[in-house]
Design a protein around this ligand. Structure first.
Ligand SMILES: O=C(O)CCC(=O)C(=O)O
Ligand SMILES: [Fe+2]
Length: 209
């Protein structure tokens, strides 16, 4: 039985592709990119087998835990500096290579590394941010895959106040591409929620020039 999608009269397992028409951004969503069976299997396997870390950040001079668990995987053995702490990148495993190869069929690049996020409940979140430092943001590709609970992925323009915020619910088995100048011009966030919800795993596969 599908853990995260309740069957209804109109439900379909077809892949649904949506291209968002946002100024200065290229954002494409594929719903049902992974089948329900694949998504259920990967959800459990990633929760159990990922080497999750509790990283910290500084707020008003105090060290506090990030509101989620994270892990860096990739092909190079290098130190990643993320949220001010250093972590060594873990080599790709079979699950990640399976996901990476599937999503690379939709983009013309090979992803170099992946940041996994584990949102344990509605208190876990990520605040408004742009991925990468300003000088690295041009022409990046982020492939974002979700397993588990649906969370609202929010996008807002970094400078233009005349543009409305966009909310994209990211469902079990979905795949979202952010490319071109998206990171340069738009911020994104996963807000907290007081709803009683189950965990969500998100994988952001990353490519930079
Ligand atoms: O969980 C998500 O969908 C977004 C994660 C994110 O923005 C990040 O890891 O940089
Ligand atoms: Fe991000």
């Amino acid at each position: 039985m599908d853990l995260f999608k309740q069957p209804n009269l109109f439900s379909t397992n077809e892949i649904i592709k949506t291209e968002f028409n946002l100024p200065g951004a290229e954002v494409i969503l594929f719903e049902n990119f992974f089948s329900v069976e694949e998504s259920d299997r990967l959800y459990h396997s990633l929760i159990e087998n990922t080497i999750w870390e509790q990283d910290q950040m500084t707020i008003y001079g105090k060290q506090v835990d990030l509101p989620r668990l994270t892990a860096w995987y990739g092909s190079e053995d290098e130190l990643m500096v993320y949220a001010e702490s250093e972590s060594r990148m873990v080599p790709w495993n079979a699950d990640l290579l399976f996901i990476k190869e599937r999503i690379e069929q939709e983009v013309d690049i090979k992803f170099q590394r992946c940041l996994l996020n584990y949102y344990r409940d509605g208190n876990d979140s990520v605040d408004w941010h742009q991925d990468y430092e300003a000088d690295q943001r041009k022409n990046t590709v982020i492939g974002s895959v979700t397993f588990g609970e649906t969370r609202n992925f929010q996008l807002k323009h970094a400078t233009r106040k005349d543009l409305n915020r966009v909310d994209i619910p990211l469902e079990h088995g979905s795949f979202l591409i952010m490319q071109g100048a998206t990171q340069d011009n738009w911020k994104h966030k996963i807000p907290k929620t007081s709803r009683k919800i189950r965990p969500r795993i998100n994988l952001t596969f990353r490519w930079i020039e």
